[in-house]
Write a protein that binds this ligand. Structure first.
Ligand code: BES
Ligand code: MN
Ligand code: ZN
Length: 502
């Protein structure tokens, strides 16, 4: 979809969207369209019994008189004082879905809020476009038999604004965000026969180059991991014919002596459970058990693309968890890079084993200012929080509060759950330093977080359990069903609001 920003002129083709305030008050562009169509807009507003101009209300006027347009869409805006960036993104997303569903190929958003609105005109235009771009995402590369009416139709979007060049400027970072979200959604959507540790590492490596200055990518192979002593990660990988990889992405956008922010991702490209094998029903979902890694890679892409004034390192552990004659067994004891030994009582609690070595490597090599890991770690977080909030765990209140605030601002909410010594003691092993599951099934997400915390020293750290939010079974305004890329916008906002230097 091609997006342009331009001054408002009466469109002569395609679809046009105009705003209507609550209590059916027409905005200025809505009045202009009404005059040009012999009162068709006002008539539609009066005739649509359920239309009040509240947010999320859309009324199409098909083939209006007086202008050669395919349709005018009346979009409810709600009350002026309640308009904010998120509402505009959602509106842009809902409109993109409506227009694509209707088969429109070109559209103009003429949603001028006028003076007195709490959002500046350029920002209004940029947020509408951002929402539309996020919702227009599709993963259809494997569909060879789609009929034209099954494909998205909207190819050209013009966003009318009184400040086109300022809007274009404001859209630079947002457009980069939409592209990075799409990049992550692509990774998460790919099936495991196409996306496995080596191929996923290659996709990350391909980001380094002249288009994204400041970004460098290294790939650690199995031999290097063995030298480093990453026995926990290697134990998970040993049952698969796919070799594991660790990808280290560095972005330098601040002074060389500024310690980087560390972002760590679980990248299990497929999780069968291993010898502790999962039941067949729903196992296909485990192709997206690499979502944490996908988010970290997309975030690093975005920081580089918008030239964030920060140093960051993104490290992902990529493995496939398979049962085989060479797979690790329940009861095996592995030695992690930290030196701690781990009794692997359940081979399906594999994400924490991968994170253990990757987190340790991150703090050991980079001395980061803080570390945040993302992982589809536990089914239990879905029992606790459903698909609305990600689980947040942290050893630092300020870090937790900042993540909560950033999540709220972008519509990717996180909910903090506790950590504590009494939970921690549940993973003491009788034969090794730690075991990878507790004796009973209570507090599964907390137990997972406690395990991960054993591999974090004195550095502010947060863990986001994204098992419930990485994939969506229903459409939302800016997130079509499927891979969500939950975390990319949150962490980008987190960096922008708290860690960028002048
Ligand atoms: N990848 C799964 C967690 C998961 C479940 C993610 C559902 C997304 C949707 C993880 O590796 C796992 O299998 N966790 C186990 C842990 C248990 C064995 C302690 C779980 O949640 O059952
Ligand atoms: Mn598992
Ligand atoms: Zn897993």
């Amino acid at each position: 979809m091609d997006i342009r920003f331009a001054e408002f002129t009466l469109p002569q083709s395609g679809a046009v969207v105009v705003g209507v305030w609550e209590e059916r008050v027409l905005t200025a562009p809505a009045r202009r369209l009404d005059e040009a169509t012999q009162g068709a807009v006002a008539r539609a507003v009066a005739a649509a019994a359920r239309f009040h101009g509240k947010k999320n209300e859309l009324v199409p006027v098909i083939g209006p008189p007086g202008l050669p347009l395919s349709r005018i869409v009346l979009a409810g805006l709600g009350r002026p004082e309640a308009v904010d960036a998120r509402l505009l993104e959602d509106l842009g997303g809902n409109l993109a879905a409506h227009l694509n569903g209707a088969g429109e190929t070109a559209a103009t958003f003429a949603i001028d809020l006028g003076d007195g609105a709490p959002v500046r005109p350029a920002e209004v235009a940029a947020r509408l476009a951002f929402g539309a771009a996020l919702r227009a995402y599709r993963f259809d590369k494997y569909r060879t038999k789609q009929k034209p009416e099954q494909k998205p139709s909207l190819a050209a979007l013009t966003v009318a604004t009184t400040a086109p060049s300022e809007a274009k400027q404001a859209y630079r970072a947002l457009g980069a965000a939409a592209e990075s979200v799409a990049f992550t959604r692509d990774l998460v959507s790919e099936p495991a026969n196409e996306l496995y540790p080596e191929s996923m590492a290659e996709r990350a490596a391909a980001l380094a180059g002249p288009d994204l200055p400041g970004l460098s990518v290294e790939i650690l192979d199995e031999g290097r991991m063995r030298e480093l002593g990453m026995g926990a990660l290697l134990g998970v990988a040993q049952g698969s014919t796919c070799a594991p990889r660790v990808v280290v992405m560095q972005y330098r956008g601040a002074a060389a002596d500024t310690p980087p922010l560390g972002f760590i991702g679980k990248g299990v490209t497929f999780d069968t459970g291993g010898i502790s094998i999962k039941p067949a029903a729903g196992m296909g979902d485990m192709k997206w058990d690499m979502a944490g890694a996908g988010v970290v890679i997309g975030l690093m892409r975005l920081l580089a693309a918008r030239k964030a004034r920060v140093n960051a390192v993104g490290i992902v552990g990529l493995v496939e968890n398979m049962p085989s004659g060479n797979a690790q067994r329940p009861g095996d004891i592995v030695r992690s890079m930290s030196g701690q030994t781990i009794e692997v009582l359940n081979t399906d609690a594999e994400g924490r084993l991968v994170l253990a070595d990757v987190l340790w490597y991150c703090q050991d090599r980079f001395k980061p200012k803080l570390m945040i890991d993302l992982a589809t770690l536990t089914g239990a977080v879905i029992i606790a929080l459903g698909h609305e909030n990600a689980g947040l765990f942290a050893n630092n209140d300020e870090l937790a509060d900042r993540l909560i605030a950033a999540g709220k601002a972008v519509g990717e909410p996180v909910w903090r759950l506790p950590l504590g010594d009494s939970y921690d003691s549940a993973i003491n092993s009788d034969v090794a330093d730690v075991k990878n599951i507790a004796g009973d099934r209570g507090a599964g997400s907390i137990i997972g977080a406690q395990f991960v915390q054993r591999f974090v020293n004195n550095v502010p750290w947060a863990h986001l359990d994204i098992a419930g939010v990485a994939w969506s079974k229903k459409d939302a305004p800016t997130v079509p069903k499927g891979a969500t890329a939950f975390g990319v916008r949150l962490l980008d906002r987190f960096v922008a609001d708290y860690y960028e230097t002048e």
